[in-house]
Design a protein around this ligand. Structure first.
Ligand code: FES
Length: 121
């Protein structure tokens, strides 16, 4: 099992700004990013790619939640996703959802576990 520390626990507020990072194996600036959010106390990691058009979700870097802090939202066409399951609950994505990243939180940090090789799956 490989683990990579992404950020500190304190960097993620519940329903607040997310944390973007380059996926392992991806060149910086190529748009292959993941992100972390905290929702109802737990941390979730997702590949930052909307299943609708393959674009990153956030226009304002790190802003993934809607105004209520209850749903993740794609800035381009407004698809909304459940923060804990990644399921598309509204918008043009149909049955497709976000692709999960395995993360865990311990010792005051948040770690990516067994990251997919080469960035995008
Ligand atoms: S690209 Fe995300 S809703 Fe269209």
């Amino acid at each position: 099992v490989t683990r990579r520390r992404i950020c500190a626990s304190a960097d993620l507020a519940d329903g607040g700004a997310g944390w973007r990072f380059d996926l392992p194996g991806a060149e910086p600036g190529t748009g292959q990013t993941g992100f972390l959010v905290r929702y109802r106390g737990r941390v979730y990691g997702w590949i930052n790619r909307c299943p609708h058009r393959g674009l990153e979700l956030d226009w304002l870097a790190g802003q993934f939640f809607d105004a209520a802090g209850e749903m993740l939202i794609c800035a381009t066409h407004g698809a909304r996703f459940a923060p804990d399951s990644g399921r598309c609950v509204d918008g043009p994505c149909g049955r497709d959802g976000l692709q999960p990243l395995a993360v865990n939180e311990c010792d005051g940090g948040i770690f990516l576990v067994d990251a997919p090789a080469g960035g995008m799956p």
